[in-house]
Design a protein around this ligand. Structure first.
Ligand code: KMH
Ligand code: ZN
Length: 310
C-alpha cells in the first residue's frame, strides 16, 4: 500500500509548560485562538486543545473557558478540534472530562494508563517565576499520579465516546498502554480505525530512543493490524527528530508548544505555526504529503465538523 499522507497534529498550549517558560506560550483565549488558527493555516489538520486561566495561565477545566476560543477556531479553520481529557495536574477526572462532555468535539485525547508524570526537573532550569503557582505545580509532580485507571478509561469511552460521538487520540506513554488499549478492543469497547499517539520522553514513560519507536510500532501493528494509524510525540528536544523518524517510517506527527517550547537547540519557538511549518518542511524534503482535515475525517471516521456543541 502506498504511504498515506502524514497527519500533523498541533497541540497548542497543554498543561506541562507554564507561562514563565516562554513568552510565546498561549494563555488567553485570544492567544489560543490565534495560535490554533495559524497552526491550521500552516498545515495542522488536528488541533489538540487545553484551556488556561486567562489571569495567571494555570490549566483550566471549565468548559466556559474553552467556549471563549472554540467557536472562532471552528469558524476560521476546517481543522479537526480535539479536546484534551488529560487536563492538568490540578484536576480530578471529573474536571478533566467536563469540557469534552459539554462541547462534544469530533475528537478527544484518552490517556491509556496511570503513571508518574515528573515535571519537577524543569525547576532546576529557572529561578524566577512570574506566578507562585508555577513552581508549586512543578514541585507537586514529584508525588503526582496521573490517574487513568481501567475504570476511568471505560468511563471516558462510554461517556465521551459513545455518549458524545467523539473518536479518540489514544495517548500511549509506554508499551503497556498499547496492551491496555488491546484489552478494550477485545471487549469491543473501542473499534477501529484507532488513532494512537506514541509519547516519548515524559519522565514516567518510555524514553525517546528510535529502538523504542520501532518497538511501539511493531507492537501496535501486531495488536491492531490495519486498524491502527499511529503518530509520534517526542517531548522537548525530541520533538522534531522523532517526528521526522516517524514520518519516514510511515507514521503521523504531533508538534506544538504543549510538548516543546523550542524550535531548535536553546531557541524558543515564536509560535505553534513555526513548529508546524518546520515539520511541514521536513516532510516536504522527505517527499511526504500532508493530510488535510477532510482526509483525517475520512480516515478516522469522525462525525463531522457540524456535529459538535460549540
Ligand atoms: N502533553 C502530552 C505529553 C492530554 O492532553 O490528554 C500529554 C497530553 C495529555 O496531551
Ligand atoms: Zn494535551
Amino acid at each position: 500500500m502506498p504511504a498515506r499522507p502524514a497527519i500533523i497534529t498541533c497541540a497548542v498550549t497543554g498543561s506541562i509548560h507554564t507561562p514563565s517558560m516562554s513568552p510565546h506560550l498561549p494563555v488567553t483565549a485570544e492567544q489560543i485562538a490565534r495560535e490554533a488558527i495559524e497552526a491550521a493555516e500552516a498545515g495542522a489538520a488536528i488541533l489538540h486543545l487545553h484551556a488556561r486561566d486567562e489571569a495567571d495561565g494555570r490549566p483550566e477545566p471549565n468548559p466556559d473557558a474553552f467556549l471563549k476560543f472554540l467557536p472562532e477556531i471552528k469558524a476560521k479553520t476546517d481543522a479537526v478540534i480535539n479536546i484534551s481529557t488529560g487536563g492538568g495536574q490540578n484536576m480530578t477526572v471529573d474536571d478533566r472530562i467536563r469540557a469534552a462532555k459539554r462541547l462534544q468535539p469530533e475528537m478527544c485525547s484518552l490517556n491509556m494508563g496511570s503513571m508518574n508524570f515528573g515535571l519537577f526537573p524543569i525547576l532546576d532550569k529557572r529561578k524566577e517565576w512570574a506566578h507562585a503557582w508555577e513552581p508549586a505545580y512543578l514541585e507537586s509532580s514529584r508525588d503526582f499520579i496521573f490517574r487513568n485507571t481501567f475504570k476511568d478509561i471505560e468511563r471516558i469511552l462510554k461517556e465521551v465516546g459513545d455518549g458524545c460521538g467523539a473518536r479518540f487520540e489514544f495517548e500511549c506513554y509506554d508499551v503497556g498502554h498499547l496492551y491496555n488499549l488491546a484489552h478494550f478492543a477485545d471487549r469491543k469497547l473501542v473499534r477501529g480505525p484507532l488513532f494512537v499517539q506514541f509519547i516519548f520522553g515524559i519522565l514516567g514513560g518510555i524514553g525517546p530512543e528510535t529502538e523504542n519507536l520501532v518497538f511501539m510500532r511493531q507492537t501496535a501493528e501486531r495488536l491492531f493490524g490495519d486498524d491502527v494509524q499511529w503518530s509520534v510525540l517526542g517531548a522537548g528536544r525530541h520533538q522534531m527528530n522523532l517526528g521526522a523518524t516517524a514520518a519516514t517510517m510511515g507514521g503521523n506527527v504531533r508538534v506544538g508548544l504543549e510538548d516543546s517550547v523550542y524550535i531548535a537547540k536553546g531557541e524558543l519557538a515564536t509560535s505553534n505555526a513555526q513548529q508546524v511549518r518546520k515539520m511541514r518542511g521536513i516532510l516536504k524534503d522527505l517527499s511526504i504529503e500532508i493530510a488535510r482535515p477532510e482526509d483525517v475525517r475520512e480516515r478516522l471516521q469522525l462525525k463531522g465538523k457540524g456535529n459538535t456543541s460549540f
